[in-house]
Design a protein around this ligand. Structure first.
Ligand code: BDP
Length: 684
């Protein structure tokens, strides 16, 4: 139960805390004018959450005559209108809210006020979070707005119920080619999303197979609409991944050419039909011309042609096209090893800057290749100032231990978000680009690939819930620090005992580096088993077609991506980062092998040679993984038995598997290089 409830657990608070909060929380008063359906949801959430934490469910009231109470509503309501000063009123955007403790002679209350009912719902969840984490509520003065307009979750769920890159069971939406219809679970999921401020979801895999192509067909739309209804109750807009070849596969046309009038008409009709069923439908998510998916290239058109065609169809209904930039020819590097997959997205899309319609958003993975444990930031951020963009992050741990290993990704995401692209000079962060704030774009935000499935804990590894939570929090507020988000999540999930908070926070915050230590070194990536991507296999991709090579020989390792002698990838950045990566001297250690091919004896900034770094980090990484399990054992009795046992068994698997990683990697490089470990540790 506890694991299922995730951050909506609302465990009973300790008596001191409860005593402080109780007087404010006896009554919830709703204040709104006109149609405000999400306000009812907000009041319900407050009453349930407070009831569970304080042991007494607040009364609901439309009048504010008690001495102390919670006033939840919209800023245009009679009760709230006069209360806020003008500056606050102006500062609150459509999804924003104000939390304010108001002291008047005859009454005191806490106002939770959104510009819209949706804002009020987010405010209600914020207030609940304050109680969950033991914050003071006596003098609240909070104004919050989300940084990105689009805060989206992408599911890679197939209609047979399997999940591409899913590690927590089967789909919560589909099974056997049809809708599962577990509306309660979907509602709980929608609540979890809203509680962290997420406002959009795409429910089907971007690799749209034959069955899922039909999701936009008349026979399946009523079921899609039912899903949309549930998410709507929590302010989440529904999107669908579509198949670019739908006009052929579904419509019986002979072409899907984006410039063909019949094709355009077909999409316009489909869009009209979709909106007839779902008036607030979000739009289409598209993976085209990538990994054997159909796309505009088939017809000699470019990606602006493809995206704009769909955008035109959706525009009358305020829909958007989210067009993924994960486009590369997965055979190109195999044919010619001097080409470079890392270059592909920029080479394809950069020339199209300014050619996309206003309701097109390009969705760009954080790195140029594919969600490796360490990659530089994609140079497309900052490379297309005239185009709406969202940052795509992978919450599901495809390359980072598949939810059997603890790998908390918030610190990794923070590095991407804070990266300075120098697009408009210093301070042009990815956060600024992705939200559109820097480049003054109307649309932007964050998209995360879901890590949930139908397992009771949603995420398999209970601690992997922190990744989902953290993604939502960062999408709302990219300026939060990893430490803040971690502290919040641990308190909400495991309570406020300082020893518990301290231990679990440390484990989470250290885990990405630990994982990096025992897996592929110095930014090189890809030393995993092909296809399922779990476990070490140094040459697994070295002689395959996918364009992901490390070029290790008996002298050295790494990919030369410099402008002067390599693939030229480093030149896709603006001047400052480009210069930093171009030279071996200034390239940061952790990305050295991504940008340079160096001998094993090359001395890093840390003072170690590359080969010694490989040995040391792998011995150390294994010990650190053991340390994670050890730290967790210290919490026995402080975390409930079920969750304790479940996490412990995963951590034990992790340290065992870390030993395998260590041995495979160290042995490989010892044999390649013939150089012994300076400390004479056992290498097989
Ligand atoms: C890769 C996955 C693949 C996805 C692809 C994508 O291995 O399953 O379809 O990304 O993002 O990481 O489209």
């Amino acid at each position: 139960r506890d694991a299922y409830k995730a951050w909506l657990r609302y465990a009973p608070l300790n008596p001191d805390q409860a005593e402080e909060y109780a007087p404010w929380c006896g009554t919830v008063v709703a204040a709104f004018s006109g149609h405000a359906p999400l306000l009812a949801t907000a009041c319900e959430e407050l009453r349930d959450g407070i009831g569970s934490m304080l042991g007494r469910r607040p009364q609901e009231s439309r009048s504010s005559d008690s001495e102390r109470f919670l006033l939840v509503g919209t800023l245009d309501s009679a009760e709230l209108k006069g209360l806020m000063d003008e500056a606050d009123m102006e500062a609150v955007g459509d999804e924003g809210y104000v939390l304010r403790t108001v002291e008047q002679p005859e009454r005191r209350f806490i106002a939770i006020a959104g510009k819209t009912d949706k804002g009020a719902l987010y405010g209600a969840f914020h207030f609940l979070r304050l109680l969950q984490t033991g914050q003071r509520i006596r003098d609240l003065r909070v104004v919050e707005n989300p940084a990105g307009k689009l805060r989206m979750i992408d599911h890679w769920d197939n209609m047979d119920g399997s999940i591409e890159r899913g590690y927590a069971g089967r789909s919560v939406f589909f099974h056997h080619g049809a809708f599962l219809g577990n509306w309660n679970r979907i509602r709980d999921y929608a609540r979890m999303m809203a509680a962290v401020g997420l406002n959009a979801i795409s429910i089907n895999n971007v690799n749209v197979n034959e069955t899922a192509t039909r999701l936009i067909a008349p026979e399946l739309l009523p079921s899609v609409a039912k899903v949309a209804d549930v998410f709507r109750e929590y302010g989440v807009r529904l999107f669908l991944s579509i198949n670019f070849a739908s006009p052929i596969e579904l419509g019986g046309l002979t072409t899907a050419d984006p410039l063909d009038p019949q094709v355009r008409e077909w999409w316009a009709e489909r869009a009209t039909d979709v909106y007839r069923h779902i008036p607030d439908f979000g739009g289409f998510l598209v993976k085209a011309d990538s990994e054997f998916r159909p796309g505009p290239f088939t017809y000699g058109r470019d990606h602006a042609d493809g995206a704009n065609m769909l955008a035109e169809a959706l525009q009358p209904y305020d829909g958007v096209v989210i067009w993924r930039c994960f486009v590369y020819d997965c055979l190109q590097d195999w044919r010619d090893r001097s080409t470079d997959r890392a270059r592909a997205a920029y080479d394809h899309f950069r020339p199209l800057d300014g050619k996309f319609r206003e309701n097109v958003i390009l969705q760009i993975k954080n790195g140029p290749v594919d969600f490796q444990v360490r990659e530089p930031v994609s140079p497309l951020f900052g490379g297309m100032p005239l185009t709406n963009q969202v940052l795509e992050l992978q919450i599901t741990q495809e390359y980072t231990g598949q939810q059997r290993h603890l790998c908390y990704l918030v610190p990794q995401w923070k590095e991407a978000i804070d990266f300075d692209t120098y697009a408009l000079g210093e301070g042009s962060t990815v956060a600024g680009v992705a939200t559109g704030a820097l480049t003054d774009r109307p649309l932007g935000g964050f998209a995360g690939i879901a890590n949930i499935g139908d397992e009771p804990s949603w995420t398999g590894h209970i601690l992997a819930q922190a990744n989902y939570y953290g993604f939502g929090r960062l999408a709302w507020s990219p300026t939060l620090t990893s430490e803040q988000i971690t502290d919040e999540w641990v308190r909400i999930t495991f309570g406020n005992d300082p020893a518990v908070v301290e231990t679990i926070s440390r484990m989470l915050l250290d885990s990405w580096h630990i994982y990096e230590n025992y897996t592929s070194p110095l930014g090189i990536g890809w030393m995993v088993n092909p296809s399922h991507h779990y476990g070490p296999n140094v040459d697994g991709y070295e002689y395959s077609k996918w364009g992901t090579y490390h070029f290790a020989d008996n002298q050295g390792i790494g990919v030369n991506r410099t402008v002067s002698t390599g693939t030229g990838y480093a030149g896709q950045y603006h001047d400052v980062p480009a210069a930093r990566y171009e030279s071996v001297e200034s390239c940061p250690d952790e990305l050295l092998l991504f940008f340079h091919h160096v001998p094993y004896t090359h001395v890093l900034k840390s003072g170690k040679t590359v080969i010694q770094h490989i040995y040391d980090s792998h011995f150390e990484g294994f010990e650190q993984a053991e340390g994670l399990a050890e730290a967790w054992r210290g919490l026995e009795g402080k975390v409930d038995g079920d969750r304790y046992a479940s996490v412990l068994s995963r951590l034990q698997q992790q340290s065992k598997h870390a030993a395998e990683w260590r041995d495979v990697i160290n042995t490989y490089f010892y044999r390649k290089s013939g150089i012994s470990d300076a400390h004479n540790r056992t290498i097989y």
